[in-house]
Design a protein around this ligand. Structure first.
Ligand code: MN
Length: 133
């Protein structure tokens, strides 16, 4: 068994800052290359920071730890807050991050597998438009 604790003071610059817009720091919790293993990372988004659109090849679970954030798919934009747990199915276009007004931290849990970081951008630029609780 391994137990992790989210600690912002352990967070560092992301390895791939080009995957994000705005200021983001990451705390690597569990890192594995083993098939069936789970990658676990806490992501701290400053207000106005979010991922660029992407598509994972495995399901992704986002657990909100603090602040208010947003998660978007092709079809909807939802505000997320502490206690919310989001499942993004493998193959679904999406992005996630803070709102312009609030920082947000979530933990991402995902089985090992590649991610496509350059799918069509669609309406990514409009950010909060149409977001609902
Ligand atoms: Mn994602």
């Amino acid at each position: 068994m391994r137990i992790f604790r989210v600690q912002s003071e352990q967070a560092k610059q992301p390895d791939n800052p080009e995957y994000f817009s705005g200021t983001v720091r990451q705390q690597r919790l569990n890192q594995t290359k083993e098939a069936g293993g789970v990658d676990l990372v806490a992501v701290f988004f400053a207000a106005g920071a979010r991922t660029r659109p992407h598509v994972h090849t495995t399901d992704q679970v986002l657990t909100v730890v603090e602040g208010e954030g947003i998660v978007a798919t092709e079809r909807e934009r939802r505000l997320i807050r502490p206690g919310d747990i989001v499942i993004i199915p493998a193959g679904e276009w999406h992005w996630h991050g803070a709102t312009p007004a609030s920082a947000m931290c979530h933990v991402s849990a995902r089985p090992v597998g590649p991610t496509n970081w350059s799918p069509p951008p669609r309406d990514w630029e409009t950010y909060m438009q149409g977001a609902r609780p």
